[in-house]
Design a protein around this ligand. Structure first.
Ligand SMILES: [Zn+2]
Length: 177
């Protein structure tokens, strides 16, 4: 029995490709991952909304409004930094979603074998879509550093497994009373 509504979002699109690194755009990674996660959620019978059809990403102004209409809203991004050694996963959210943020960070860190940078507040780090948190009450997930070749390689190796792991975690979250 599902007790909470769920929204999943890709943070970028062809018109707003985000960071670039190691042969990938952030848009290509997060659109693909959102769609993998959608398939894994459907396989578990979870109801959810997402920010556009396969390969499509609605503008932030639509995404944060949709986020605000759901109990749980998660948007995927990649981190980037000038030093290629910067590594790891982190989330940004309001305090009430820190616990889920920590669980998401642990799941991603364990699955990809990268550093767990932890669940942080909306003011942390370098991010361009904070309205998703500040106005939408959502959780921004910075999956890994697109500027780090090792992070990118681990993600590409484990991305399908990661979609299954996060689908399990989110399914449990939305079924919890
Ligand atoms: Zn981004």
């Amino acid at each position: 029995m599902q007790t909470k509504s769920l929204f999943i979002s890709a943070g970028h699109s062809a018109s707003d490709p985000g960071a670039v690194g190691n042969g990938y755009t952030e848009a290509a990674i997060v659109l693909e991952f959102r769609d993998y996660l959608a398939e894994a959620l459907r396989a578990r019978g979870i109801e959810f909304s997402k920010d556009g059809g396969r390969g499509e990403n609605l503008p932030l102004s639509r995404a944060w409004r949709m986020a605000a209409d759901h109990d749980i809203a998660v948007e995927f991004h990649c981190n980037a930094f000038s030093r290629p050694s910067a590594t790891g996963v982190e989330t940004l959210s309001h305090p009430e979603h820190m616990e889920l943020g920590r669980a998401i960070c642990t799941a991603i860190s364990d699955t990809l074998g990268i550093v767990n940078r932890g669940a942080k507040g909306e003011g942390s780090g370098q991010h361009s879509r904070l309205a998703f948190v500040s106005s939408g009450g959502g959780i921004i997930v910075e999956l890994f550093f697109i500027s780090n070749p090792d992070d990118v390689a681990k993600y590409q190796r484990w991305k399908l497994q990661l979609a299954e792991v996060l689908a399990d975690l989110l399914a449990e979250e939305v079924r919890n009373a």
